[in-house]
Structures are given as structure tokens and as C-alpha cells.
Design a protein around this ligand. Sequence first.
Ligand SMILES: *[C@@H]1O[C@H](CO)[C@@H](O)[C@H](O)[C@H]1NC(C)=O
Ligand SMILES: *[C@@H]1O[C@H](CO)[C@@H](O)[C@H](O)[C@H]1NC(C)=O
Ligand SMILES: *[C@@H]1O[C@H](CO)[C@@H](O)[C@H](O)[C@H]1NC(C)=O
Ligand SMILES: *[C@@H]1O[C@H](CO)[C@@H](O)[C@H](O)[C@H]1NC(C)=O
Length: 209
Amino acid sequence: MKLANLLALLISSILYATVKTEHSEKPQVQALMADWSPNGINSTEMTFYLAQIRSFIQGFQQGLYNNNSFKLSSACLQSSFVNPAIQVEDAFSAGNTFKILAVMSPMIQIAYNLQKSCNLNELIWMLLSVCEKGSCNSSTVVSNATKNLFSFTGSFNNIAESFTDSKKTSFTNLALISQQYNDIGVEFGKMLKLLTSFNRDKAVARKFY
Ligand SMILES: *[C@@H]1O[C@H](CO)[C@@H](O)[C@H](O)[C@H]1NC(C)=O
Ligand SMILES: *[C@@H]1O[C@H](CO)[C@@H](O)[C@H](O)[C@H]1NC(C)=O
Ligand SMILES: *[C@@H]1O[C@H](CO)[C@@H](O)[C@H](O)[C@H]1NC(C)=O
Ligand SMILES: *[C@@H]1O[C@H](CO)[C@@H](O)[C@H](O)[C@H]1NC(C)=O
């Protein structure tokens, strides 16, 4: 497996664990050890979670590229991934190694889709290229964070607000949840842009990917 595949898988698992735990009352540590969804996830719920992930990824790139018209392909985590994602969630929530091996194929389908249709392949290579050039080492990040403290405070407030609102969103209101997670993604993307002085045109010009 290529590095980009692995990263895509890792990021998707982290995003997934994040969105998954916020709708449950259990603390995260406990949720990681026990089966956090013993009755599985139905397709209405999974459609909702995929909309969260997709919108976050889109918003993140809008913020990072400073381009609100950036849109992901409609193939990114489209509805045909609901069932594969349910199978993968089922295997992971049970923490059963055999089940996890059995869902390798839907997992690879999802990882491939994330890379290709959700643009994670390009995103990850651009981010790696920024770090490669030394503009994301800890001293520059800390000094940039200090310089931009005011703007970060605003971002964190917006994130907290959208996140609180999103907890009240009904599972069937996909338009609203997509807007809320898009907004959250934009704020994270903006912060990363400030921290690393990310510039998409420069990253693309380096042809790192
Ligand atoms: C799926 O889960 C949602 C939220 O928990 C629930 O409202 C809905 O009735 C369930 N749908 C089916 C078909 O079980
Ligand atoms: C913003 O994104 C859109 C859609 O991807 C693209 O067509 C446009 O050129 C981008 N604008 C800038 C300034 O990069
Ligand atoms: C961090 O990056 C800056 C800017 O590229 C560079 O001047 C500095 O030497 C780097 N510091 C370390 C510890 O690599
Ligand atoms: C962040 O740090 C880099 C490297 O020191 C610098 O070139 C850049 O201008 C800083 N960005 C901001 C927004 O301060």
C-alpha cells in the first residue's frame, strides 16, 4: 500500500471516529474499547455521517486554498458508499480482527474514493510538500500561531458554534449538516493556511505529487 493510501485511511478513520462519537454520550476512551454501536448503524445514520465527512473535507480545502468555490466531485463518498461504510463500521466497532480482514475490499474502495474523488491524494501531497520545504516546523508554526492568535480565537468560536448547532441537526437534514460541517472545515483549513503559509499555486507549481 502506498503512503498516500495509508494516510487517506488514517485520516478517514480519525474523521470517522470524531463524527461517530459526538452523537453518543459515551466518553471517547470507553467508546474505543467497547463496541460503540452494538446494533450497527442504519443507512439513514450512515448517510448523515458521510455527509459530515464529505462536507468537512470540502470546507477544509476551501479554507486552505482560500477559495469558496472549490467543490468536490459529486462522486466523493456518494450514496453507493453507504453500504460499504456500514460494513466497515460494523467490523471496526466490534474490534474483531477477522471481521476487519473481511472488510478489506470495501475499505480499499472507500480509501480509493477518498483519494481520487475527494481530492485527498492531491491535498496530502501538497501538505507534505509544504512541510518538506521547512515552512511547517514547530518553531515557525508556533511563531505564526502567536501572530495569528486573534484570528484563531475567531475560528475556534465559529467552530464551537457550528459544532453545537450540528448536534441538534436531525439525521434527515443533510443540507443543514453539510453546511455546518463545511463551515467547520473552512475554519480548520484557514488555520492550517495561516500556520504553514500554505499557497496552493506554489504547491501545484512544485509538482510534488
Ligand atoms: C435509523 O436511525 C435513526 C436515528 O437513530 C432512526 O430515527 C431511524 O428510524 C432509523 N431507521 C431505520 C430504518 O431503522
Ligand atoms: C477556485 O476553485 C474553482 C473550482 O475548483 C476554480 O475553477 C478556480 O480557478 C479557483 N480559483 C482560484 C482563485 O484558484
Ligand atoms: C524552520 O523553518 C524556518 C523557515 O523555513 C527556517 O528558517 C528554520 O531554520 C527552520 N527551523 C528548524 C529547526 O528546522
Ligand atoms: C508563517 O511563517 C512563515 C515562515 O516564517 C512566514 O514566511 C509566513 O509569512 C508566516 N505566515 C504568517 C501568516 O504570518
